[in-house]
Design a protein around this ligand. Structure first.
Ligand SMILES: [Zn+2]
Length: 309
């Protein structure tokens, strides 16, 4: 799967790498990997060579509507002359811990990471990982962060990575790591659920297509891409779908350096959606067309109302 056809990916790469022509003769991806661009994994104690085909250093983030693999994102960046550094809050199969800090639930790793950078703006990736892991250990947390980066970047200040002729991007991922299959299964289930909800929307113009999707999904077919293709031209439906599929399911919390990545945490603003008047009910549907009749809550059998902010 290549993400270069993904409009989000193209946008990210274009923003991170505005002038690809700056380097007179950029190395090919293969040359780059074989020569000076050696990547390492550092967990605060051990430094190991990084094999790009590993499945042990992957996780899935929500990119718009589709979950994408961090490793796929890394490879796309490398091909586009962007040097990626990925910081994981924990090892594969471990949880990323959260706790309430100043009345807000936050990732323990990112809390310490940000505090450390504030205290010492010149700290290197090597030291930052080592120190944050010591903090987490002192809290009694069995969570060990690690960084995957080019070997020379390990000893550069986190906030001052500077590379001749190349752009650099840090992805700080304070999320539970999981394998792609788990996320895809959850996404398929959430997509089917969204299709079933839309079928109950009286204003939906895709009744026949959605019924077809429903039947095929129930028969085990993967319909995600087709559903997105059909529905995403309608902005309200697209936002609603994103809300149904992305939050928590893909473990998205924050990707530093990726503020432009519209994944997971977008909130539908007032009047773009219908919600149930029962306060405890979480059912919602998108406004497909202004002036349409309100859909009915499938749980409470009452007309939905326009959402207030
Ligand atoms: Zn309801």
């Amino acid at each position: 799967m290549s993400n270069s056809n993904d409009p989000v990916m193209r946008q990210v790469l274009a923003e991170q790498n505005p002038s690809q022509d700056r380097s007179p003769s950029p190395m090919t991806f293969a040359e780059d990997m074989e020569t000076r661009d050696k990547y390492v994994v550092w967990d605060g104690t051990n430094e190991e060579a990084y094999a790009d085909d590993t499945t042990c250093h992957d996780c899935i983030i929500a990119s718009d509507l589709e979950p994408i693999s961090v490793q796929e994102l890394r490879r796309e960046m490398l091909k586009s002359n962007v040097v990626p550094t990925v910081v994981f809050a924990c090892k594969m199969g471990q949880s990323a811990f959260e706790k309430p800090i100043n009345g807000e639930t936050r990732g323990v790793f990112s809390y310490y990471w940000n505090a450390l950078l504030k205290h010492d703006p010149t700290v290197t990736f090597r030291d930052a990982i080592r120190q944050v892991n010591i903090f987490m250990q002192q809290e009694g947390l069995e969570q060990q962060a690690e960084v995957i980066c080019r070997i020379d970047i390990l000893d550069m200040p986190v906030e001052e990575v500077s590379l001749p002729n190349k752009a650099h991007v840090s992805m700080i991922l304070d999320i539970c790591r999981t394998n792609k299959e788990t996320v895809m299964n959850e996404t398929r289930a959430a997509t089917l659920q969204a299709v079933c909800s839309l079928l109950r929307h009286p204003g939906n113009p895709w009744q026949k297509e959605l019924q077809d999707f429903q039947a095929r999904a129930e028969a085990g077919e993967d319909i995600i891409v087709e559903v997105i293709d059909l529905l995403s031209p309608n902005e309200n439906v697209r936002r609603w779908m994103r809300e149904q599929i992305a939050p928590s399911k893909a473990g998205f919390r924050g990707v530093s350096g990726y503020q432009q990545l519209p994944g997971g945490h977008s909130i539908i603003t007032a009047s773009h959606s219908w919600v149930c008047p029962q306060a405890s009910c979480t059912k919602s549907l998108p406004v497909i067309q202004e002036g349409e009749d309100p859909p009915v809550c499938e749980v409470h059998q009452v007309p939905l109302i326009r959402r207030n902010s």
